[in-house]
Design a protein around this ligand. Sequence first.
Ligand code: HEM
Length: 268
Amino acid sequence: MAMKYGRGILPDHTFKIMTDRLTYWHYIKLDAIHDLQSNAQTDCFDEPMFIAVHQHFELWFAQVIRNLDETIRRLMGTPPEVASAAALMDRVNREFHLATQGFDVMKTLSREQFMAFRGALGVTSGLQSAHLTVIELLVGRRADEMYHAEIAGPGMVDFQEKYGGENGLLATVARDRASRGTLRVAYDRIAADSNLAGPDFEMLKRQIANFDDQLFSWRKHHYEMAAKVLEKDFTDSSGTVGNEHSCRDNLKVGITHTHRYFEELHEA
Ligand code: HEM
């Protein structure tokens, strides 16, 4: 039975006061926030934390996507806004760094605590999340580099139904980027213009190299966290997405397709 922790902890009247003026709780949508873990599938104490950490990632990934889109727009404009794009990439880096710290919280989950509710999650898996792939499409992943079709299982059938296909989210984002540019395309445009050389461009380079690093190491951090929480089940049990492969082998598919999008900035 799902439990509503936020509403349980705070007195009821906190959620009932209504005024015509804009209030903090309406503006920030506090009621919705306190309801966010209500889809917990068990009464296990640790499950709401597990959900909250995933939500934390999705929340920040959404901001990263929004800010990457705007960074590309600033760089593709005429004239390009290099200084403000570099400042926005600084924000993107801080957001992504903050998101990744969620793994530190998740690592406090023991294997036993996770196993207590893992079964109730069915074939639900992070592989069904499209946000990380959308981020990569914005940065420079090509539509023909997508690997989701290589992984079988009912969870991936659900994923393809929701995000795959000609008119699905991933193909739509890939088409949109072909016309509006990726971070890679936008950066190359600026780098090719010698009139734009200078401190703003150098700052942009540093910020993009930093982001490329963070994106590259995300799967490594996730892999280490999953291995720590799952312990022997990392190799001994099949992946949560519902196929016959181990968690480790499912994760290796994404890792195999991970690469740096700005290799030359790390060599410099
Ligand atoms: C106890 C915590 C976690 C465990 C044990 C875990 C385990 C796994 C496993 C085994 C996979 C491979 C697919 C499968 O077999 O289902 C996977 C994929 C994935 N997970 Fe997690 N995960 C955890 C937390 C998270 C968190 C907090 C996020 C944040 C969004 C996340 C996002 C993802 C993503 C995006 C993928 C796909 C990776 C790729 O495309 O390369 N996971 N996870």
